[in-house]
Design a protein around this ligand. Sequence first.
Ligand code: PLP
Length: 391
Amino acid sequence: MKDNKEIKYFDYTATTPVDEDVLNTYINTTKKFFANTTSLHLLGEEAKHMYDKCIDTIKDILGVKKHNLVFTSNATEANNLAIQGIAYKYEKGKIITTKAEHPSVYNTIKSLSDKYEVVYLDIDKNGCVDIEELKKELNSDTILVSIMWVNNILGTINDIKSIIQEVKKYPKCHLHVDCVQGLCKVIPDFDFNDIDLFTFSTHKLYGPKGIGGLFFKENIDLNKRLFGSNAQYSVKPGTLDVSLIAATAKCFMKFYPQTLEMKKIVEAKFRYLYDKLAKMDGIIINTPAFNISYYILNISIPAIKGETMVHMLEAKHIYVSTGSSCSSKLENIEKTIYALTNDKQRALTSIRISLSYLVLDSELDDLINEIQNIINRWLYDTWYNVRYDTN
Ligand code: PLP
């Protein structure tokens, strides 16, 4: 799949390259089903039929029977529509989320805090929501709980099964789960049918950008944030891109059944990387050892800012992600690492290495060697500066 052998890519959590089969589905569908799904003529009907078939395929794969599926431009939009769609049905109420949510959830809920009572749960030392803390906060005023399945900074897996059980005890309360980093990576131990609303993003599943999705139970009447036609239950009106939808269906068809197989490949790569990095001086591993997806290894090199590290690796064609903002202001540091460690320096110096079944063993070695080289160079510079007092 990789064209450029020079590139050693470890930022699969940010986005994935498009799979060849998925791309072919996109190209073929865009050529054949270009008509508007709302047109009354035969071409429109064929496009609509294709759209319906894709929806049925995705729902069948996930086993959801009583959910509507609405396609959005990405998961950010899907999370916004879900959260605002529930919140604005109520004049007041309590919303519970966590300190470790993706900004598309965290900031959406933050924007509602003038009108609603908002609670941000801590994460425990395992990077997960403590169910006892959730139980303490849930009450009859709670209208929404929004908790992600797999964390995008640490790769930790929340206990969605228990969260479902607790939220169920409050009939007014809806559960929204951001499933972006869980789908096709982790075998769920819960039933998607038990979640009121959940979201995904196609470009995280080896599909194209520009499409995500929101599943919501058929009996939920979301407050509408966009106005237009009655397409997609009026939740996301407008002309549909059937080719992006077909590409999404292809991602689910190809990769969902391979979840376990891919996880085994990725887990072996993760363990190799973990063992090598854990032995290096100057590195702190942030991702816990258990209850994780294995797709993300987050580390801190307290001597070197995350942003600096990203660029130093980039110079060697190695691409990782910063776990922290370039700003040193507390409010801009990587909030998930800070929530986990309560350590500003660790949060500022974190980097996220994210994996895929596509990563080659030789690429892992290149990454490990380069991290070691950078640390050695830093140690040498420090030693030199101290010895010769160059400052
Ligand atoms: N939720 C999680 C957990 C994510 O990791 C991301 C993207 O990184 C998103 C939501 C937003 O996805 P999108 O890029 O499709 O808006």
